[in-house]
Structure formats: structure tokens, C-alpha cells
Design a protein around this ligand. Structure first.
Ligand code: FAD
Length: 524
């Protein structure tokens, strides 16, 4: 993983000349004055943890699994949001952990948590490091030091129950490896977020992730039938049946807990048979409103396809749904329809009939294949755009169908008000019977301090989402960036409940301090 960008550095791409020109002509983007820092020049704070504390950590995991090198600390600094990348490029590594610790078992995690609670060492659980909401930055105040608890050694598929269609995984398995291991059994999770190449199963559960095929396979939290959580107060084992009426479901307290309540050390996940066939294609609608009516009909009356996304007019024109063919978009609004599994012909024909009835025009397989080919490429494009002097960031929300137009307008207006004339693109990314999520991509010229510039815009958007009745996150999570808005969503009693859970599971407050749990009184 690139230390100051996304993904495999070998896949880094030069920005095509047509996009450079478009950025300059449309938005006034200019190349930045200062080049990005080199890895050795990034400034990290000195290691604050004293030698005896490091030795005690090493006594649990073995000395080879406690790392304090410049590179190890730097690679566990923050996540992969645009402000995270901009800070790294500016040579700012001030949020680096003092050490990276790699436990090899649930027992080692539990022992480390006991030790850290006694020594007042803050612990940041670290999966793939792809958080985009500040979920990997611990507040240091009051702690002896901070460790990143890298779960990469917990990387096994432990068992498959083919009769129940359930697989038992350790949390540090990256998504491609999970798919490879399941493929040996003819199975799949069907979870393909854009961060697929690097994110881990534990991170998906901890941040309530949602993948591009969520219409067919569900969100990640739908897939978790059981889990183990190591906490400083002991271990929770949850999920002994697919559904239960035995009181509130505590799994739901752990899903989305972002490392603030404990460390997920195993996951029991619902799996499906690998699809024999896949078919992706494009449809054109005259307007976002018409396209929204069509995807709502599929979500409410069926048949629900496996992939369903609708780009607005701007995103369609830019061609963002097909990052490998960007700049070649068309008019109207593009729908990507994907059907996987059995009875493809029948299911496709039924979904196509609904889209056609709502005024959709079939564009054939080419846009669908281009989307499939480029479905993980957009983050690489972000790196090229950052280097060219444009800030590119994404944000998302969700709401009920009847409120979606208001939410769409509120976010756009907040971005326009805060940034002048940015390029704002949107797509409906996940659909449900009662509503959908909206996923925005923003491109704006870097001005002054680009991190502060974006933070001002982000604050305006957070306030607009709360005011317009949407949720502050559909799938990116809360982290630090959404914590106050989450507090506003929950209200004082809800925040109190969350704080009580935190206090019970983590009385010393060592787990991801500053992340998820709003301060009192909540407000935005
Ligand atoms: C380019 C890009 C594209 C993305 N696309 C999507 C997308 O399509 N859909 C989507 O849902 N998200 C997306 N994300 C966000 C991110 O990938 C998800 O939030 C993902 O779930 C994080 O997984 P991770 O393994 O990288 O976790 P990390 O980033 O390492 O951690 C995320 C949070 O969970 C905690 N955590 C991690 N592992 C554990 C554990 N085992 N136990 C307890 N807490 C833990 C961490 O402390 C942190 O607070 C994207 C991010 C990027 C950078």
C-alpha cells in the first residue's frame, strides 16, 4: 500500500491530458507549489512509551511483533481520507503511534488489553488502515503512549459449515484473500467495497461497511451471524443462532463500534454460492428524478438485481462510473444494472422490463463492463488529482425515499456554499425498500491550506445532513470526523447509553479514545 496515497504504487497512473485541461478550464486547478514529502522526511513525534512498557508488550507477542521503526509507525498513521493523504504529503506524521503491535491470537489480544489498561496505553485496533473518517487517530491526552494493534497476523479461515452456509474467519483477513479462501469451497461473501483490495473483515464489521453488490448480497452487518470481542473487561461471545428473541441483540452493539468497545477477534459470516454467471449493463434515464423512480421501483417491488447504482447528470457527464474511461460520459443519467447467480436470463428480463417501463433506454453491456473493469480504480485517480492540485473527496449519507431530494439538494448547497464552484457529482449507491444512500464526489482546486479548506466544507455538509434529516453515515462510519454529528443524531440519552457501554467494557478508556463516542453534551 502506498504510504501517502492509495493502493499498489505500481498501479499509480498519470493524469490524462484531457482531464488536466478539463480541471484547469472548468475549475482553475493549478499544480501545487511544493512537491510531496519523501517518506524519510515525514516528521513523527519521538516514541513516548518507556522501554519497560515496550518490553512488557514484547513479552506478550514476542519481540519480533513490536515494531517502532520510522516506516512501521508511519504506515500505521491515520487512514486514507483525503485530509489524511494531504497531511502525509505535507510531511506531517504527528498522529503516529509509538509502536505497532501484532498479536497472534485472541489470548494475546486479551492479555495486551489488560496490560494496556493497567499501564494507561491507548490502543488503536488496525485492520487494513482504510478508514476515511478519522477512525485510526487516538487522542493522546492522559495516556502514557499509543499503540496501533495491527490484526494482520490473525489471517485464517478457521472453518466452513457448508450445511449452514457459515464461515468462521479471523479478523485480519483482507477481502481478496477471504474471497480466494472461500472460492476453494465454491463460496463467496459477495462483499466488494471500493476499498476491497486492502480492507479487512474485522474492519468491515467494526465500521458497518457496505459493498457495491449490496442489493444482492446485503451490507456487511447483514452477513455477521456471530463474533468474539476481546475487551479490557473480558470476552463477549455473541450469536448462537441466525435469529433470536432472547432480548436485544448485542451483536448490533459491536457492529459499528469502531474499536472503541473492544477488538473483534473472530467473525462467523453468512456465505453464498459463487455465482456461475454475471451480467452487467448500462441504462440511460432522462433525469436523476426519473432514474430514482426506476431504482425505487426495483427496490420496492423487485426483482432486486445484485448491483444497482444510478449516477446523477454531472457524474454521468464526467463518466465517473467508469473511471478507466473517464471524460467519455454521456447525457442524462446512467444506471448500472448487474445480475449474478442462477436464472440470470429470467431475472435480467424482469428487471429490464421495470427499467424500460420507467422510461429507461438500454445502453447494452459496454457501460456495465467498463464499470466492472474500473470498479476499484477511482482511488488511484484521486492520487493523481491530488498531485495535480485538486482536492478530491467523497462523502455519503442515507435517507428515506421521500426525503432523498431534500438531502441531495442540502448536501450540494452546503458544498457550493463552502467551496465556491466545486464539481459535485453524486450517485445512488445502495437501495432499500424504504430508502437509499447518496454518495457524493467533490473536486475543487486546492486553496490555502487544503486540509483546512476541506474541513470547513465538511463541517458545513455535516450540519446540512443533520438538518435535512439524513444519517451522518451510511457506510463510512463515525470515527472522529462524524462524532459530533452522530451525537446530534442520537440525542443526549442515546449518547449516555453509548457512554455507559464504553464505561462497562473499557473502564480505563484505552480503546480508540476520541473515536465514535461523542463527548457530553452532544451537539454539532
Ligand atoms: C478508497 C476507499 C474506498 C472505500 N470504499 C468503501 C466502500 O465502498 N464501502 C465501505 O463501506 N467503505 C469504504 N471505504 C471505507 C473503509 O474501507 C471501510 O470503512 C472498511 O470497513 C475499513 O476496513 P479496514 O480493515 O481498512 O479497517 P481500518 O480502517 O483499519 O479500521 C476501521 C475502524 O475499525 C476499527 N477496527 C479495525 N479492525 C478492528 C477489529 N478487528 N476490531 C475492532 N475494531 C477494529 C479501527 O480502529 C477503526 O476505527 C473506503 C475507503 C477508501 C480509502
Amino acid at each position: 500500500m502506498s504510504w501517502c496515497g492509495w493502493g499498489d504504487p505500481a498501479k499509480a497512473r498519470e493524469l490524462p491530458e484531457q482531464i488536466r485541461k478539463l480541471l484547469h478550464d472548468l475549475l482553475g486547478v493549478r499544480a501545487p507549489d511544493t512537491p510531496a514529502a519523501a517518506i524519510d522526511d515525514v516528521r513523527l513525534p519521538p516514541v513516548a512509551l518507556p522501554e519497560p512498557a515496550l518490553a512488557a508488550l514484547a513479552a506478550v507477542t514476542g519481540p519480533a511483533h513490536v515494531l517502532t521503526s520510522h516506516e512501521a509507525r508511519l504506515r500505521h498513521t491515520r487512514g486514507k481520507s483525503t485530509p489524511d493523504l494531504l497531511r502525509m504529503r505535507a510531511g506531517d506524521g504527528s498522529d503516529a503511534p509509538d509502536a505497532v503491535v501484532l498479536p497472534g491470537s485472541h489470548e494475546e489480544v486479551a492479555e495486551l488489553l489488560r496490560l494496556c489498561a493497567a499501564e494507561r496505553i491507548a490502543v488503536v485496533p488496525f485492520g487494513g488502515g482504510t478508514s476515511v473518517v478519522g477512525g485510526l487517530v487516538a487522542a493522546r491526552a492522559g495516556f502514557t503512549g499509543v499503540i496501533a494493534l495491527d490484526l494482520g497476523r490473525l489471517d485464517r479461515l478457521r472453518s466452513v459449515d457448508a450445511e449452514s452456509m457459515v464461515a468462521d474467519f479471523e479478523p485480519g483477513v483482507r477481502a481478496p484473500e477471504a474471497e480466494r479462501l472461500l472460492a476453494e469451497h465454491g463460496l463467496t461473501l459477495g462483499h466488494f467495497p471500493q476499498s476491497f483490495e486492502y480492507a479487512t473483515l474485522g474492519g468491515f464489521a467494526a465500521a458497518r461497511s457496505s459493498g457495491q453488490a449490496s442489493a444482492g448480497y446485503g451490507r456487511f452487518d447483514d452477513m455477521v451471524v456471530g463474533l468474539t470481542l476481546a475487551t479490557p473487561s473480558g470476552t463477549l461471545e455473541l450469536g448462537r443462532a441466525p435469529k433470536s428473541a432472547a432480548g436485544p441483540d448485542l451483536r448490533q452493539l459491536v457492529l459499528g463500534s469502531e474499536g472503541a468497545f473492544g477488538v473483534i477477534t473472530s467473525l462467523r459470516l453468512r456465505v453464498r454460492r459463487r455465482p456461475a454467471e454475471r451480467r452487467y449493463e448500462g441504462w440511460r434515464f432522462e433525469s436523476f428524478r426519473a432514474g430514482t423512480a426506476a431504482v425505487r421501483a426495483l427496490a420496492q417491488e423487485g426483482p432486486l438485481p445484485t448491483v444497482l447504482r444510478l449516477s446523477d447528470e454531472t457524474e454521468t457527464m464526467i463518466g465517473l462510473a467508469r473511471p478507466d474511461a473517464i471524460g467519455g460520459g454521456g447525457s442524462g443519467c446512467l444506471v448500472i444494472l448487474g445480475v449474478e447467480g442462477d436464472w440470470i436470463g429470467h431475472r435480467h428480463a424482469a428487471a429490464a422490463a421495470v427499467l424500460a417501463w420507467h422510461g429507461g433506454e438500454p445502453l447494452g453491456p459496454e457501460p456495465g463492463q467498463a464499470w466492472e473493469h474500473g470498479r476499484f480504480s477511482a482511488p488511484y485517480l484521486r492520487d493523481s488529482l491530488l498531485g495535480a492540485g485538486a482536492t478530491v473527496e467523497t462523502l455519503e449519507t442515507a435517507g428515506f425515499w421521500s426525503n432523498l431530494p431534500r438531502l441531495y439538494d442540502a448536501v450540494r448547497l452546503a458544498l457550493l456554499g463552502a467551496l465556491g464552484s466545486p464539481l459535485v457529482m453524486c450517485h445512488v449507491s445502495h437501495v432499500y425498500e424504504t430508502g437509499a444512500s447518496l454518495y457524493f464526489t467533490v473536486v475543487t482546486p486546492q486553496q490555502g491550506d487544503p486540509v483546512e479548506q476541506w474541513q470547513r466544507a465538511k463541517e458545513a455538509v455535516n450540519a446540512a445532513i443533520v438538518e435535512a434529516g439524513g444519517t451522518i453515515s451510511h457506510h463510512h462510519g463515525v470515527g472522529r470526523d462524524h462524532r459530533d454529528a452522530y451525537g446530534a443524531e442520537l440525542g443526549p440519552l442515546g449518547v449516555g447509553v453509548l457512554q455507559a457501554v464504553k464505561e462497562r467494557l473499557d473502564p480505563a478508556g484505552i480503546l480508540n479514545p476520541g473515536v465514535l463516542v461523542p463527548q457530553s453534551p452532544p451537539g454539532i
